[in-house]
Design a protein around this ligand. Structure first.
Ligand code: TRP
Length: 328
C-alpha cells in the first residue's frame, strides 16, 4: 500500500510563481510515489472571504486549472472540493466537541492573523476553529504526510494533538499522526524582495501574459548598492540572482560573473531573466490556455475527484462513529 498524502490550498486569489515552486512542483513529484489527495479548501476560504463568497468558486476553477497545467494529473491524484465532501464537516463537528479553546487561542497563526489582517473581521466562531477543520481534512483521509509551507507547522502539530486525543478518548487507533513535508526549494521572494503575496502586490501570477511578466521583471528590485553600471554587484543579496537560481540554475555562474565584475547592468540582466522565464513557462501557459477553453472539463474532474474522496471519507466517518458508539 502506498502512503497517503493530503494537501490543500484556499481559493482566495490567482496562483503565482511562489505557489509553483513552493507547492505545485512538489505535488507533481509526490504524485508519482504516494496516493495523493489535493483539495480546494473552499470552506477555509469562506472563513475570510465571507463578504464576497462568489469569488471563491471562480478562483477554485482558476486554481485547479493552474494545478493541472503544472502537471497535477487527475489520473494519478484525487483532485477535489472540500465542500463537496460533507464528511469534512462531520469530523469537524466531532473534533470541536473535545478540542479545548486554549489550544486554538494559543495557536500562533491565529494570533498573528488577528493582529495583521485589518481588512476583514476575523473575530468569528469559524475562524477560531480554522485548525480544527484542517485537522479534519487531514485525518479524514488518514494522511501519513502533508506537504505544507513552514507557516502551517502549528496546524500540523494541532492535527497530531487532535489525533492523539481522539484515539485516547475512544480507545482506538483510527487516526495516524501525520507529518509535514517541507519543500526544499528556497523560498521565492516577491518582486520587491518581501514575501511574495497578493496583499503586497508583488507577485508574478501564473496567469500573467509574457508581456506582463516582462514588465513586472523589469521593475524588480536589485542589489541596492549597485547604482552605476560600472559598480560591481553582489549576487548573493540580489533577488534577481535568486530567481536565476530557481529558473535557470545552469546560468548561475555566468550571471554571477556579469554582476560581480560589472559586465552587464541590472536592466539587461533582468531582461534576460524575463526571456528565460517566458520560455520556461511556455508549456505551462499553453496548457493553461487549453484548459481555460474547457471549464466543464475542470468541473467534471472536480466532481469525479470529490466522489472518490467521498468514498474514503465515508469509510473513516463510519469507523469514527463506531469507535464512539454514537450509531443507532
Ligand atoms: N491552511 C492551508 C493554507 O492556508 C490550507 C489547507 C486547508 C490545508 N486544509 C488543509 C493544507 C489540509 C494542508 C492540509 O495553506
Amino acid at each position: 500500500m502506498r502512503k497517503r498524502i493530503l494537501s490543500g490550498m484556499r481559493p482566495t486569489g490567482r496562483l503565482h510563481l511562489g505557489h509553483l515552486v513552493g507547492a505545485l512542483d512538489n505535488w507533481m513529484k509526490l504524485q508519482e510515489e504516494y496516493e495523493c489527495f489535493f483539495m480546494v479548501a473552499d470552506w477555509h476560504a469562506l472563513m475570510s472571504e465571507y463578504e464576497d463568497p462568489a469569488s471563491i468558486a471562480e478562483y477554485a476553477i482558476d486554481n485547479v486549472i493552474d494545478w493541472l497545467s503544472a502537471g497535477i494529473d487527475p489520473e494519478k491524484s484525487t483532485i477535489f472540493m472540500q465542500s463537496e465532501v460533507p464528511q469534512h464537516l462531520d469530523l469537524n463537528m466531532i473534533f470541536s466537541c473535545f478540542v479545548p479553546l486554549g489550544w486554538l487561542e494559543r495557536c500562533p497563526t491565529y494570533k498573528e492573523q488577528l493582529r495583521e489582517i485589518k481588512t476583514r473581521n476575523l473575530h468569528t466562531y469559524a475562524f477560531l476553529g480554522y485548525p480544527v477543520l484542517q485537522a479534519a481534512d487531514i485525518l479524514l483521509y488518514k494522511a501519513d504526510k502533508v506537504p505544507v509551507g513552514e507557516d502551517q507547522l502549528p496546524h500540523l502539530e494541532l492535527t497530531r494533538q487532535i489525533s492523539r486525543r481522539f484515539n485516547g478518548l475512544y480507545k482506538c487507533g483510527i487516526f495516524p499522526e501525520p507529518e509535514a513535508i517541507l519543500t526544499k526549494t528556497p523560498r521565492l521572494l516577491g518582486l520587491d524582495g518581501r514575501k511574495m503575496s497578493k496583499s503586497y502586490n508583488n507577485t508574478v501570477d501564473l496567469s500573467d501574459s509574457a508581456e506582463t511578466l516582462k514588465n513586472k521583471i523589469s521593475g524588480m528590485f536589485t542589489d541596492p548598492q549597485r547604482i552605476k553600471l560600472s559598480d560591481p554587484g553582489h549576487p548573493d543579496v540580489c533577488n534577481v540572482h535568486a530567481y536565476y537560481a530557481v529558473f535557470a540554475p545552469e546560468m548561475k555562474q555566468e550571471v554571477d560573473d556579469w554582476c560581480r565584475n560589472a559586465r552587464k547592468g541590472c536592466t539587461e540582466c533582468k531582461k534576460i531573466l524575463a526571456e528565460k522565464l517566458v520560455l520556461k513557462l511556455a508549456p505551462f501557459h499553453k496548457k493553461r490556455t487549453q484548459f481555460l477553453k474547457d471549464k466543464p472539463k475542470i468541473k467534471k474532474i472536480l466532481k469525479a475527484g470529490s466522489e472518490k474522496a467521498g468514498v474514503a471519507a465515508a469509510r473513516t466517518v463510519d469507523a469514527v462513529k463506531s469507535a464512539m458508539k454514537i450509531r443507532i
